[in-house]
Design a protein around this ligand. Structure first.
Ligand code: GLU
Length: 316
């Protein structure tokens, strides 16, 4: 029997692009001053299949800072280097149910049972990454992002400088974790590396390749480089499913059924394991911090592709 025809990915993303391109809802993040100045009209879509086909629509030239989406790739690298048990024990993998930079969440559990995709756990993950000193840890993190993207990525220096001058809350988080013995490197330097990591610049194609690498068992479908193991991808995707979209993580899973991760720069990635990774960039965010257009676009595309794994045709 002939294999079923591949879906017409290009037509599907083109339709979603046309539907949402003029939508004006949401507002750029402004608690990091430089993000408020980013063009709110940037709108790019990338979809990369596990066998390396690339489909894009809209703006692929503009880059935005990766922000929280970076947490995913550093987490994957830490799982790869230290094993999933170390992450479970030294950070935790349950959603906190509180805001992404909540200090109460740390206090409630004395730094235990936090989550690598919200700030305390993400800074702890940075502190665990291999490297004898700050420079070596940063090199490891940037190389990991490059490998996932299959491209050399650069830091958006104005965004980094803007956030570094203003990240007292993240520094407080890192110090509090340190006080509880749950920060595994100097808290000031770990916060600085974390801030730099969040300022890595990406376009929608980069993010889609990164997502597709997670969806392809850790092998970059474009460069064919083995970045992390299939097991590491599975653990990472599970954390994305429960905590990838801030306080709307439950609603996201309810609607989309796929692990995703958003960042306040305006990007969202979603992964359909074994099939593809998708990414959309559009800076204006809703009240919980997720890109309005990116969320709607991915929702439509996933629905049209019928790839929600919880949606099955009954056997009669
Ligand atoms: N660098 C940002 C922060 O730590 C990342 C936030 C985000 O994208 O959720 O506040």
């Amino acid at each position: 029997m002939a294999a079923p025809a591949a879906p017409d990915y290009q037509a599907i993303i083109d339709r979603a692009y046309a539907k949402y391109k003029d939508l004006k809802e949401g507002k750029n993040a402004d608690y990091i001053k430089e993000l408020a100045a980013v063009d709110p009209n940037i709108f790019g879509i990338g979809l990369v299949t596990a066998d390396g086909k690339i489909y894009t629509a809209g703006d692929l030239n503009s880059r935005v800072s990766i922000q929280s989406i970076s947490k995913v790739f550093t987490l994957a690298k830490v799982i790869e280097e230290q094993g999933e048990e170390a992450v479970r024990q030294k950070i935790g993998v349950d959603a906190t149910g509180l805001r992404f930079n909540s200090i109460i969440a740390i206090e409630l559990q004395k730094g235990k049972e936090i989550n690598p995709l919200v700030n305390p756990g993400a800074i702890a993950a940075v502190s665990m990454i291999a490297g004898a000193d700050s420079a070596a840890k940063w090199k490891n993190i940037l190389q990991t992002h490059d490998d996932f993207a299959g491209e050399i990525l650069y830091v958006n220096e104005p965004v980094y400088i803007s956030e570094a001058g203003d990240n007292l809350r993240n520094q407080a988080i890192a110090h509090l974790l340190f006080a509880y013995g749950r920060m595994y490197f100097d808290p000031v330097q770990a916060t600085d590396i974390y801030t730099r990591q969040c300022a890595i610049n990406v376009n929608a194609r980069n993010l889609a390749v990164m997502a597709a690498t997670l969806g392809n068992g850790g092998v970059n479908p474009i460069t064919k480089k083995k970045v992390v193991s299939p097991e590491t991808c599975a653990f990472t995707l599970s954390v994305m499913a429960t905590a990838g979209l801030y306080d709307d993580s439950g609603q996201w899973l309810y609607e989309v059924g796929l692990p995703g991760k958003s960042g306040v720069g305006g990007g969202i990635i979603a992964v359909c394991p074994g099939k593809f990774g998708i990414a959309v960039i559009s800076p204006p965010l809703n009240v919980v911090g997720n890109s309005v257009k990116a969320q709607k676009t991915i929702y439509d595309i996933v629905k049209e592709l019928k790839v929600n794994p919880y949606l099955v045709s009954p056997k009669m």
